[in-house]
Design a protein around this ligand. Structure first.
Ligand code: SF4
Length: 97
C-alpha cells in the first residue's frame, strides 16, 4: 500500500523551500527568513495565487481583502443566535467550562 508521501509528486513537499518561488515584496523583504512569506494556504485561499504574499501581511498587494473583512465584521451586528468571539486565556477558560 502506498502512503501519502509516496503517492504524491516527489517534489511537492520541497516546492516552497528556500525563496526562489517568492514574488515581491517577499523576495526582497527583511522578514522573509522569519515568516517564509507567510502561509501558502492562506495566499491561495485569499489571493487565488499560491505564490502570492500572504494577504495578512500589510505589505501584500492583496491586504485590502483582510482590511475589508475586518471592517465588514466590525460593522455587522450579531444575529440573535450568534455570540461574540471570546479568545481563550488562562483566566476566562475556567469560566467557559
Ligand atoms: S509576508 Fe510580508 S513580512 Fe513576510 S516576507 Fe512577505 S512581505 Fe515580508
Amino acid at each position: 500500500m502506498m502512503g501519502f508521501a509516496s503517492s504524491t509528486h516527489p517534489t511537492s513537499f520541497n516546492f516552497f523551500r528556500g525563496d526562489d518561488w517568492m514574488q515581491e515584496p517577499c523576495r526582497s523583504c527583511d522578514e522573509k527568513e522569519k515568516d517564509k512569506g507567510g502561509c501558502r494556504c492562506q495566499a491561495y485561499l485569499l489571493a487565488d495565487d499560491m505564490y502570492a504574499t500572504d494577504p495578512v501581511c500589510s505589505k501584500s498587494p492583496n491586504h485590502h481583502v483582510i482590511e475589508e473583512a475586518i471592517a465588514s465584521a466590525r460593522n455587522s451586528a450579531l444575529t440573535e443566535n450568534e455570540k461574540p468571539l471570546i479568545f481563550r486565556n488562562s483566566k476566562n477558560s475556567r469560566l467557559l467550562s
